[in-house]
Write a protein that binds this ligand. Structure first.
Ligand code: G4P
Length: 542
């Protein structure tokens, strides 16, 4: 009997899971919005304490205190807690200067995403990139337009920008009434109620006080005043005529994004937003996988045996332990301690192993986890996994197993040449590069014409280079020399390599699978090169 069938609570536990990531440009309010979810979930009593504003990082001690007090489980990769009967898994998508391939990969573990926009800025660069990664995989995205308590851009203009820049239909679920100091609340378009907010002495530290009145009621007129009421009427009429109709089916298919307005700092519109989120966002559903013979198979979270894949590896997180943690996302079945699983790597069975030390990381102190369900993230210590590996608790021969779809690679934006400073250290250097490349720390490219020469490294963010240099020194005892290369973008080449004509400033390389990649000084050069090679095409993301 499969492990899944022995767990009668599996359907209900799976149905109440919401595993999501927040995508945002730095400063749009991702941290504040996350914190407010904790506030409304009753996990913290006061908001405004979890982030060290100077470093821009969560204050570890605060997280630890919260964890101990309220039973929030925090890993370096996800945070889990309960909100109104649902189990929420918030995946951590590193932003700011930590933006890297990890950020993208984490999105593959999410079933939905919340996109936070700053009402005065609209769609910014990092949001655009992250949204593109969601779109690629058809991840449903909810939009939260934040900072409505500050003077911002016209809401209709923001909706149009979402549609035009991101190529997705937008449908307003609520509508802001006034902006800046005059921000009075939002109208819930489904019920036609005005949700009026009252500013309290506690500001955003405590839950917002909210008054719900039908728009047609005299009280609504009192709250709004004649001017705001007239503007609101016009806006709502316009939305009625020109707006997109929202259907959950279109949302789940990634065709439409429901848009909510609010202010995370003052808590205006937060609770209605999160209530709508748990209602609309999908629970873990079936995913496509591949059998070892290459045929496709659909993995249902409830009927398939336990399976999961590694989407992030973090080594040497704790200097006292000197170890590596693989974060796996459960796709199907019930996870429990001491489960015996088969481990698959790039289409091949590797070994069978017992998961005796599954862990969730709680700040720096670890707690051991006993059971988990589809959608959950589990940290496995020193398990020898590479990014993208699958584990599977299926009885029978290993050849009958399957692998979850490989994680996509994302186009690097920074490039460098790297070599050991001391050439006698080449052996350790090669060993370190091999290991770190398999962890996905950086992508390793070689010259097309000289594949045995020094490697080039490519990454989404510069921080990945710094980490690489540090780890080669710290873990492999190798000092390196790194020189950045004048490329800004790259693409996989589709077509005959022999007849490809590189243009001035571009370079042909091969990736770790031997596939041809072209590096360009900029987007303009890439377009020019495409024009010069009409028999070839470029593919950004595999
Ligand atoms: P991030 O994680 O996306 O980078 O953004 P974060 O939540 O840290 O918010 C960035 C800044 O924007 C913070 O201000 C935060 O207080 C502010 N902010 C977030 N949401 C809102 C909102 O709804 N309204 C207003 N007015 N501000 C908001 P800061 O100056 O960096 O920190 P602090 O001085 O407020 O502590």
């Amino acid at each position: 009997m499969s492990a899944a069938l022995t767990a009668p609570e599996l359907p209900a536990e799976t149905a109440r899971r919401r595993t999501f990531a927040i995508i945002a440009h730095p400063d749009a309010g991702k941290t504040t919005l996350t914190e407010k979810l904790l506030l409304y979930a009753g996990m913290i009593r006061t908001a405004g304490m979890v982030k060290n504003r100077k470093t821009g990082r969560m204050a570890t001690s605060d997280w630890m205190a919260m964890e101990q007090e309220r039973g929030i489980s925090i890993t370096a990769s996800a945070m889990q807690f309960e909100y109104k009967g649902c189990i929420i898994n918030v995946l951590d998508t590193p932003g700011h200067q930590d933006f890297s391939e990890d950020t993208y990969r984490t999105l593959t573990a999410a079933d939905s995403a919340i996109m936070v926009l700053d009402a005065s800025k609209g769609v910014e660069t990092q949001t655009r990139k992250l949204f593109a990664a969601c779109k690629l995989r058809g991840v449903p995205v909810l939009t939260f337009i934040n900072k409505c308590d500050l003077p911002g851009r016209d809401p209709l203009e923001l909706m149009t920008e979402v549609e035009e820049v991101l190529g997705i239909q937008a449908s307003a679920m609520n509508w802001p009434v006034g902006s800046g100091k005059e921000f009075r609340g939002v109208v819930d378009r489904r019920t036609g109620d005005l949700l009026a907010f009252r500013r309290t002495a506690a500001g955003g530290a405590q839950r917002a006080e909210l008054e719900r009145v039908p728009l047609s009621a005299a009280r609504a007129g009192e709250i709004l005043g004649p001017e705001l009421a007239a503007k609101l009427r016009t806006d709502l009429e316009m939305l009625q005529i020109a707006g997109n109709e929202f259907t959950r089916e279109d949302f789940l298919a990634g065709r439409i994004t429901p848009v909510f307005f609010g202010s995370a700092l003052t808590n205006f519109g937060i609770e209605p937003f999160y209530d709508a989120f748990v209602e609309l966002a999908p629970s873990p559903s079936a995913r496509q996988a591949t059998r070892l013979d290459g045929t496709a198979v659909t993995i249902d979270p409830l009927t398939a045996p336990f399976s999961a894949y590694a989407f992030k590896i973090q080594a040497n997180m704790d200097p006292r332990h000197r170890d590596s943690l693989a974060f796996v996302r459960i796709v199907s079945g019930r996870f429990e301690r001491d489960l015996v699983v088969k481990h698959y790597h790039r289409g091949e069975f590797v070994r069978e192993l017992r998961l005796s030390r599954p862990q969730t990381m709680v700040a720096r102190d670890r707690t051991t986890l006993d059971v988990a369900y589809p959608g959950d993230v589990v940290g496995l210590v020193n398990a020898g996994f590479a990014i993208g590996d699958t584990i599977l608790a299926q009885a029978g021969p290993a050849k009958d197993g399957f692998e979850h779809a490989p994680l996509p690679q994302f186009p690097p934006e920074v490039f460098a040449r790297i070599q050991p400073a001391d050439l006698t250290k080449r052996k350790s250097f090669d060993k370190g590069m091999l290991q770190l490349a398999s962890e996905g720390a950086v992508q390793v490219l070689r010259s097309w014409d000289n594949p045995t020469g020094d490697p080039f490294i490519a990454a989404v963010g510069r921080l990945q280079f710094e980490v690489l240099v540090y780890r080669l020194r710290d873990e492999y005892g190798v000092e390196t020399e790194l020189s950045e290369l004048p490329f800004q973008c790259s693409a996989w080449l589709v077509g005959d390599v022999e007849t490809f004509k590189p243009t001035h400033g571009s370079m042909l390389a091969r990736d770790h699978r031997g596939k041809p990649v072209v590096l360009f000084p900029g987007e303009w050069d890439k377009r020019y090169c495409a024009g010069q090679n009409p028999q070839h095409s470029f593919r950004d993301i595999l």
